[in-house]
Design a protein around this ligand. Sequence first.
Ligand SMILES: [Zn+2]
Length: 77
Amino acid sequence: MSVHLTCKQAVDYISKKEEGKLSSWQRVKLWQHLAICSLCRTFSAQNKIITHSFKHHLNFKQESLTDVQKNEINSGY
Ligand SMILES: [Zn+2]
């Protein structure tokens, strides 16, 4: 087994990290990879933005489904 993660593994770890599914050992391995790989650092940064805006979008959709707004739509406004 190699000491360092491959980029494929690192990407997998990054998405797991966003979901809070990474063990402390895996976090260390990911951190080691990000220290040597600028490509995955960029991906990690972008992944955070994507995850954040995605959650933001979901919240926005839930907030938009209020009864008041449904009534506005139904009243033909
Ligand atoms: Zn990498």
